[in-house]
Ligand binder design. Structure first.
Ligand SMILES: Nc1nc2c(ncn2[C@@H]2O[C@H](COP(=O)(O)OP(=O)(O)OP(=O)(O)O)[C@@H](O)[C@H]2O)c(=O)[nH]1
Length: 363
């Protein structure tokens, strides 16, 4: 029930926004949410005033409700400037008319408009003339309406005033708590998204160098503490420069992405893989001895060799890989030492003719 409500609210707040992680989204969400609250409050007032047989106030509330829906629609259609401008104007009008009925013209509340007029004159630039004159004219009209209109007979009763006070207090508290919650949860999800972007290699979709090395540190430490065997493999595409030179850089990118995809599908669920740089990848196999790891990497090698990678022009690119493997031993105290050993193994695999796996077992 709660998750359904949250989903519906999320859907409403996101309506009209293509990019979920747009920078301005917090601001736009707050504007949409403000319109929703505004619309609900206008609707409640509409019902309240019609029940009290105060048609003038009822019609005024209907006008406010329509302006809330127009603003909501503008925001959803992407006209954020208009949506942001409309809501303060509509709210100012609503509060002023309500204050007339609530406190009467003698409250001098309407002198706030003098401030608003000065603000609009000073702040809006020449290219925002429409906004400027809209605010100046509407504020001036409202000022004089408040100054000269006498509505003594229509003031709310003391009982109604108490009711309105309670409703206002809870509405305002609810509004601010939801806005704060909205902004915080948006920030959290944007942070999560940024972290994923910072840890992912864009071309292959694998963990990038920073992430896979961070994983390497953790897995190495866990393996040492638990006295488990752990194997690191460095995998490198053979003659990749030639692939780039022969088929073009785009075809090279395609090869990298497809080989990465294939490696992901061949490794076991508990293994980690990441792009070390260029055409080099790291596979980390926890709780695995060298023999088992050799089996995994040999499977990768065979699968890559069997791949049919086809360019847009229909050319098949033959691809092979070489790999070096090394595992934790009692003499190793840092993960970099295993990586260095795996790199040595890779060098030997290349020297011995490529398209092969070399296991560094004798150090
Ligand atoms: N298309 C593409 N090429 C890349 C990328 N990153 C690195 N390279 C290229 O990969 C090539 C690597 O070349 P080398 O280091 O000489 O290695 P190799 O040709 O694979 O030779 P061996 O490793 O000895 O088999 C270089 O030409 C880089 O420009 C990339 O993201 N996309």
């Amino acid at each position: 029930m709660f998750s359904l409500t949250k989903k519906t609210i999320d859907k409403l707040l996101n309506s009209g926004f293509a990019d979920e992680f747009d920078n301005d989204l917090n601001q736009k969400h707050v504007v949409v949410f403000s319109y929703l609250v505004f619309a609900i409050s206008c609707f409640s007032m509409l019902v309240f005033f019609f029940l009290r047989q105060m048609p003038f106030m009822g019609i005024f509330s209907l006008g406010c409700l329509i302006s809330a829906l127009i603003g909501f629609r503008s925001n959803c259609l992407g006209d954020f400037g208009r949506a942001q401008l409309l809501i303060p104007i509509a709210k100012i009008i609503q509060i002023t008319i309500l204050s007339l009925f609530y406190f009467g013209a003698s409250s001098s509340f309407h002198w706030v408009f003098v401030n608003v007029i000065l603000y609009a004159v000073v702040v809006f630039r020449v290219d925002q003339a429409f906004s400027k004159y809209l605010i100046v004219v509407s504020s001036t009209v409202l000022f004089f309406v408040c100054e000269f209109l006498t509505l003594k007979d229509l003031y709310l009763t003391a009982e109604d005033q108490g009711f309105v006070e309670i409703i206002t207090f809870f509405s305002v508290s609810f509004y601010f708590s939801v806005v704060v919650n909205l902004v915080m949860s948006r920030l959290k999800s944007v942070n999560r998204h940024l972290r994923t972007l910072a840890e992912k290699d864009e071309l292959t979709g694998l963990s990038n160098r920073r992430k896979v090395l961070a994983d390497a540190v953790n897995i190495f430490a866990d393996s040492v503490i638990n006295r488990e065997s752990c194997v690191f493999a460095i995998v490198d595409l053979d003659h990749f420069k030639k692939i780039n030179d022969t088929y073009g850089h785009e075809a090279g990118d395609l090869v990298l992405a497809q080989v990465a995809n294939m490696m992901c599908s061949v490794i076991r669920p508990q293994d980690e893989i990441g792009r070390y740089g260029g055409e080099e990848f790291i596979v980390i196999m926890r709780d695995t001895n060298l023999k088992q790891a050799e089996g995994v990497v040999e499977r990768i090698r065979q699968s890559v060799e069997d791949m049919l990678i086809e360019t847009e022009q229909g050319i098949i690119i033959p691809v092979t890989i070489s790999a070096g493997l090394a595992s934790i031993t009692s003499s190793v105290s840092r993960y970099e030492e295993i990586l260095a050993q795996a790199d040595k193994g890779l060098y030997i695999a290349k020297r011995n003719g490529r398209n092969r796996v070399f296991v560094q077992s004798d150090y």
